[in-house]
Design a protein around this ligand. Structure first.
Ligand SMILES: [Zn+2]
Length: 433
């Protein structure tokens, strides 16, 4: 397909949270950018009636697994899965093997993302060398290389003094610190949330305090060092309350929630299915409700997948021994649409913002808008169509999902990156562009 493809998306409902747009209008695309449709009168018209056109979704939290574990996922399969899930941009977590703590590994990821990726890949480097939590990475040169954020995701820096210095450096280079908040000692070798169900099932618990303590630590240090800190996969009610309170007094804190913490609880673990095993663990209904309240009142600005592919063989072991994590790119939107919009907890424009302006603002990147002149990254979805999850049809190389076979409302119909369709479902006209 030609790079300078010109076309008009017609008859759709356009939701662009940045401008408050929610109306039927046309979107012009020319040379990979959004243009006024009247400037391209002869362009092909693509009928998207019955669908919503939104800015391309941005996932703040994707594990590409390449380099290191290409049995579970590759940059090709992860970005293809992202496109199928409506994501036009993803942020690559640095816990690959080798760890993305240096320019060489980041260059490898950038090269493969440019050559094989079908969506935009934002780079993220680790806070500490080899994720060991002992020695800071070269934050200045990583910034020069173009990383958009720093995180030790999968691990959490336990040494508070080191975290303080990391924040001071990150702040001086204007990089946000993303944190997987977990106190290692409290978490111990727990495999699920500590509570009613862990007692009943006889599985070792991880107390909510494990997350809450590190959220408190991060908020205190962020205030002290004037650093932008971002709480990854926030899962506990206590964490949400802390973030809400800290924001009020001006701490530069943001947060993301995952589709699984929005939709599932620790009761699901009674199946002993390792596809319900992740970190942070699924918590009780009270925690889940507080996460949804946090999304509704703006305490949590973004929904992020924490897409964590694992091979079938690695997950098909006794619950205690299975790795933490599930795939999420191809189920995120239907799960969240059903749980949040169908249930009337969020309006549709509010949900779209959690996938677009929310993450774009956290990263400080120019994306997540359909304003004229912006890159033509567009997600088209049907709010009416049903979506039945069938992991055998995933574009991801891994199928470790807790949603297999479940039916949701809200279906991704088309994904456009820089004007080029990279995914199309029943939108045959889009496929012919
Ligand atoms: Zn994590």
């Amino acid at each position: 397909m030609a790079e300078n493809n010109k076309y008009v998306l017609a008859n759709g409902r356009v939701i662009d949270p940045i401008s408050g747009t929610d109306s039927e209008k046309e979107i012009g695309v020319s040379d990979g950018r959004i243009v006024d449709p009247s400037t391209i009168p002869d362009a092909e018209r693509v009928d998207i009636s019955g669908c919503v056109a939104a800015p391309g979704f941005i996932d703040l939290h994707t594990h590409l697994r390449q380099p290191g574990n290409t049995d579970a996922e590759t940059i090709t399969t992860a970005t293809t899965a992202a496109a199928a899930g409506g994501f036009t941009s993803i942020v690559a977590m640095p816990n690959t093997s080798p760890v993305a703590d240096n320019a060489g590994t980041l260059e490898y990821i950038r090269k493969h993302a440019n050559e094989e990726g079908v969506v935009n890949v934002f780079l993220c480097a680790s806070l500490t060398k080899d994720l060991k939590g002992e020695e800071m990475t070269s934050i200045g040169s990583l910034k020069q290389f173009g990383v958009v954020a720093l995180t030790d995701d999968g691990r959490c820096v336990q040494n508070h003094e080191l975290m303080r210095h990391i924040m001071e450096y990150a702040s001086s280079f204007d990089l946000p610190v993303f944190d997987h908040c977990e106190d290692d000692v409290l978490a111990g070798d727990g495999v699920m949330h500590e509570g009613h169900w862990s007692t009943l099932l006889g599985l070792r618990g991880i107390p909510a305090a494990s997350e809450e303590l590190m959220v408190a630590r991060d908020l205190i240090l962020a205030e002290m060092t004037d650093t932008r800190v971002h709480i990854q996969h926030i899962s506990s009610a206590g964490s949400v309350r802390q973030v809400r309170e800290a924001r009020k007094r001006g701490v530069k804190v943001t947060a993301e929630a995952t589709p699984h913490h929005i939709s599932l609880t620790d009761e699901n673990l009674k199946s002993f299915d390792s596809n319900f095993k992740m970190k942070p663990p699924l918590m009780s209904e009270e925690h889940r409700q507080t996460i949804i309240e946090g999304l509704a009142d703006g305490t949590i600005e973004a929904i992020a997948t924490d897409h964590a592919p694992h091979t079938k063989t690695s997950k098909l072991v006794e619950f205690d021994y299975a790795p933490f994590g599930i795939v999420g790119l191809e189920t995120a939107f239907p799960v969240c649409f059903t749980e949040l919009v169908e249930s009337k907890r969020l309006t549709l424009p509010e949900l779209v913002a959690k996938f677009t302006t929310g993450p774009a603002g956290i990263l400080g990147v120019e994306a997540g808008t359909l304003t004229e002149g912006a890159m033509a990254d567009i997600t088209i979805f049907s709010p009416e169509a049903k979506h039945v999850v069938d992991s055998s049809k995933f574009h991801s190389k891994s199928t470790n999902t807790p949603f297999d076979g479940r039916e949701f409302r809200g279906k991704i119909m088309g994904t456009i990156v820089k004007g080029n369709p990279v995914f199309s479902e029943n939108l045959s006209v889009l496929a012919t562009l």
